[in-house]
Each structure stands twice: as structure tokens, then as C-alpha cells.
Design a protein around this ligand. Sequence first.
Ligand code: NAD
Length: 316
Amino acid sequence: MSAADMKIITVIGSGLIGRSWAMLFVSGGYNVKIYDNQPGQSARAIAEIKKQLVELEEAHMLRGELSAAQQLALLSSYDDLSQALDGAFFVQECVFEQLEVKQSIFHDMERFVGKDVILSSSTSCLVPSKVFSKVQNRSRCLVSHPVNPPYYVKLVELVPHPETAAAVMDTTHALMTKVGQAPVLLKKEIDGFALNRVQAAIIAESWRLVQDGVISVKDIDLVMSEGLGMRYAFIGPMETMHLNAPKGLEDYMSRYSENITRVLSSFGPGPCFSGLFLLSRPQEMCELIPCDQQHLSARQERRDQFLMRLAKLKKD
Ligand code: NAD
């Protein structure tokens, strides 16, 4: 496929993540066609995107070289799948996280796209071999898993189907890099991909420490936000170890691996997330942040503002 053929991207599903992908792709100068199976929904999504692009421009946080008006002009909405797919070289699916819904939309899509068109899913939790099981040509399929909110959190996990062609991974990696995301390549599919596996380990141990009466809900969150999270926003666990011993990673391991192994051996099986405990701990969380929509929305807004400022700091 020549560069001239790589101008149009179709986004399937125009909810939170579909709108985010559309904003990222137009920031890179691509024409983006949005499709949603709820009539009128993709047009409403463009109205919402317009509002966000204008706000981002006013806050000097708009991504890419183009103005908000120029980016908006690259967007179009469709209620018809075949029209939405016409001319696309790359399709990013963002429908509900339900296996049958995803399998069915990819099966439908294949009737309307050429054999070289890349089919990419935003799924958070479903492995590619399941998502694409009804696709005939699976060498062009992969998962591109974003992190919410993708406009500020740049990581995208690229996860291959066992049959995915290397060129498809390379093209997607280049596309994600071009629109300013930070793609990482998984060499094979695995349940939870990389991010959710690491996150599950953190959730499990945090939950266990609270459940066992070692620490409060408030303080375990501080362990992350005022401790580990401070450096993890800039360097990962591997570099952290490398920098925490005079002679690097091997030195770190010779000094601390025995401690790590001993602590790990005390973990035991994963904690139980159900039962009586559930009645008390979420309540402790709700005392800190009440569970009504107003308080939760305010804290989500606060989180996004912090992420926006952190993204700017990392850029600088
Ligand atoms: P959402 O519920 O906000 O939006 C889904 C959209 O898909 C809706 O507009 C719906 O009308 C549309 N849709 C449903 N079935 C369709 C079909 N057959 N054809 C066309 N459109 C259809 O969901 P979301 O939060 O945007 O999530 C979308 C995907 O992104 C999911 O797979 C989710 O796991 C993944 N994801 C979500 C997050 C997150 O934090 N929300 C993060 C990473 C990945």
C-alpha cells in the first residue's frame, strides 16, 4: 500500500474510546470516518469532539500541527457501515466490550474492505484469537489497546493474533507513533495483555494489604500516588532497579533479589474480592470520595486535569 492510499481511517463505535481515537487520528492529519450502529450517534460524537477540540485549543493542549477547525474538517459521520469503510486503509473498532458484538462487527466489516486493510480492535480484555475468530484473513488483524484517557495517556498495546503479519504490526506501530502515541509491541497474545496484568498484580496486593488490616484504603493509595507512582510516570520498574544500585540491574539483583523472593513467597494465592469484606472496604472508599455521580464526576475531571498537566510536563 502506498502512502497516498493511507489517508483514511474508519472508527467503528463512537463512545468514549471511539471519540478519543478519532481525535488522535485527525491530530495526525488523517481523514477519519466515524460509524456507529445507533442512528445519529456518530454525528452527535462529532459535535462532542468539536467542543473538546475547541477547549483543547484554548488550553494550548491541542495535539498535532493543525488548528481545531482544520482537524474538525477531517471528520465525517456515517450510519452506514459500507460507506464508512469505503477508502479506509485502517479500521479501529471501539464497540461494546462483548465478544459476540466484536466478532459479529469484524465479520460484517470483512465484506466491505480490501484484503490489505488493517483491522484493529480496542478491546481491553479479549484476546485477538477470540475477537477475530470469524474473520477469514486474520493476518491483517491485531488489538491496539489504548489507556483512558488516550489523549493524555499515550500508551497503546499492540497485540498480535497468532496469524498477524509482521508488516501489519510495523504499519500500526508507525501509525501510532505518527499520531503521537507510545506504542508497545507484545510478541504474542496473553490474557490481560501487559498493562492489565501489571495492574492486576498491583490491585491484588493493595487489596490484600487492606483486607489483612495492614494499611487503610487511604494510605495504600498514597503508597502509589506519593511513592511508586512518582517515578513510574517517567521510568519503569526495569530502569528503576537499574538506577537503584551503584552498578546497575545485575548489581541490584545481587543485593535485593533474595528479599524480593522472600516477600513474593509470602503472597500466597490471589485475594478474594467477594464476600463480607466487600461490604466494608468500598464504604471506606466512599467515605473519602462519595459514590454519587456528582462527586465521582468531579474526581474524574480532577484526574484528567492532573493527567493533562503531567502529559505537558513529560512533553516539556
Ligand atoms: P462505549 O459504551 O462508550 O461506546 C461503545 C459505542 O459502540 C457506542 O456508541 C455504541 O452505540 C457503539 N456500538 C455498539 N455496538 C456497535 C456495533 N455493532 N456497530 C457499531 N457501533 C456499535 O464504550 P467505550 O468505553 O468507548 O469502549 C469501547 C471499547 O474500548 C471497548 O472494547 C472497551 O473495552 C475498550 N476500551 C475502553 C476503555 C475505557 O476506559 N473506556 C479503555 C481502553 C479500551
